[in-house]
Write a new protein. Structure first.
Length: 386
């Protein structure tokens, strides 16, 4: 009898403890789903009033991107915008990029190039190349993308610039990945979608924390005032998200969700390349402002706890009335997220199959668990361009 009492006490304590974590985690998730992420679906890029057209410098840094540049340069050169230039920064490529630019750039009226032959020791080569491109820019509006990107339309520049107002210096754009076959591609597109929902929504509510360099516009004066990448020149990544984390705020930042401005990108097609990219991104996020790290960490942790507690409580409460409460709370989170993400998906060019969202939410939980644990393991870092 004493043993039964002990077992009952342990069971009650365990269920109570797990239930508390479960409901707190779900409540945390629901708050951001309903009051932050839901803002994206109702956001509309404001129509810009008639103002003088300002020049734009489009900057592309390229490292052994010959085939991509052959496709991208004509698309950029033919953009429907009256005053712009395209600067290609060839960062020590050995695949024939320099010869191609030397022979072909003269055919494109808007395009010029810079060649980087050597990067200063202990500096991120991507940041160094980008800094050279920015310093050589003729115009104050800088629009960044990568060589493996393709603009959705010829009105990409026009659409991004239309989001600028006299009191806004930064425009965060959306850059999804092309759809291809395979599990990896589907996961990459889901992860990119969730990341976009987060950084775009937080910018809407006045708390921008990152942008993606595949589709990012800011004034040159912002770069110069911040002394460029001086705060983190020796960090491999961060030329986009970490720089935005330093300079973006509620007053100077807006977003653009005009479908004409979406910049599609070619995804990684093997797990090793993707893993290396994710490791770099996660290592950069360690340098975010504390409150950004706290919120993003809280979102990841509460998603893990929501699923783990749910999966543990189900067998523990299977024959008890408590199971209906557990199922109800979990379904409330899932349905709320499904509805909000479905609306956001419509806003972001329907880049996902909406019926698959619950499945990918479970996979994403596993991703958070694995990558979060893996990111705690210290590794010797090597300088990589990307």
């Amino acid at each position: 009898m004493h043993s039964d009492f002990i077992n009952s006490l342990i069971y009650t304590t365990l269920v109570t403890f797990l239930s508390c974590i479960f409901i707190l985690s779900v409540a945390f998730q629901l708050y951001f789903i309903l009051f932050v992420f839901a803002k994206l679906s109702s956001f509309s890029t404001p129509e810009k009033s008639a103002t003088p057209v300002e020049g734009v410098s489009v900057i592309v840094c390229a490292w052994n991107e010959l085939e991509n540049l052959k496709e991208l340069i004509p698309l950029l050169n033919n953009q429907d915008y009256p005053i712009f230039e395209v600067i290609i920064v060839d960062d020590r490529s050995w695949d024939g990029t320099f010869d191609f630019l030397l022979s072909e750039c003269s055919e494109y009226q808007k395009v010029r190039f810079i060649r980087v032959q050597e990067t200063p020791y202990h500096l991120s080569s991507k940041k160094y190349a980008l800094t050279l491109g920015i310093k050589s820019a003729k115009y104050n509006h800088l629009l960044l993308t990568d060589a493996d990107c393709r603009p959705q339309s010829s009105r990409w520049i026009r659409g991004m610039v239309s989001s600028l107002t006299p009191n806004k210096d930064i425009v965060l754009g959306f850059s999804p990945y092309f759809q291809q076959k395979g599990f990896l591609n589907n996961f990459i597109r889901y992860e990119t979608f969730v990341t976009a929902v987060q950084y775009l929504s937080f910018a809407i509510v006045g708390s921008p924390y990152m942008g993606v360099g595949r589709n990012l516009l800011y004034r040159k004066s912002v770069f110069l005032k911040n002394k460029g990448f001086a705060k983190h020149t020796n960090i491999v990544g961060g030329d986009d998200d970490l720089f935005m984390n330093d300079v973006a705020n509620s007053e100077n930042t807006t977003i653009c969700t005009n479908p004409d401005t979406f910049m599609y990108s070619i995804p990684k097609n093997d797990w090793q390349s993707w893993y290396r990219q994710k490791r770099r991104h996660l290592s950069v996020s360690k340098h975010y402002r504390f409150h950004n790290k706290a919120i993003l960490g809280g979102l990841a942790a509460t998603q893990i706890f929501s699923w783990l507690c749910f999966l543990i409580l189900i067998p523990l409460c299977f024959h008890k009335p408590l199971i209906f409460w557990v199922l109800g709370v979990f379904l409330l989170r899932m349905i709320a997220q499904w509805v909000v993400f479905a609306k956001a998906n419509n806003h972001l060019d329907k880049t996902l199959e909406i019926i698959t969202l619950p499945f990918w939410d479970a996979i994403f939980t596993l991703y958070f668990l694995i990558m979060g644990t893996n990111n705690l393991i210290p590794r010797k870092r090597k300088m990589r361009w990307r």
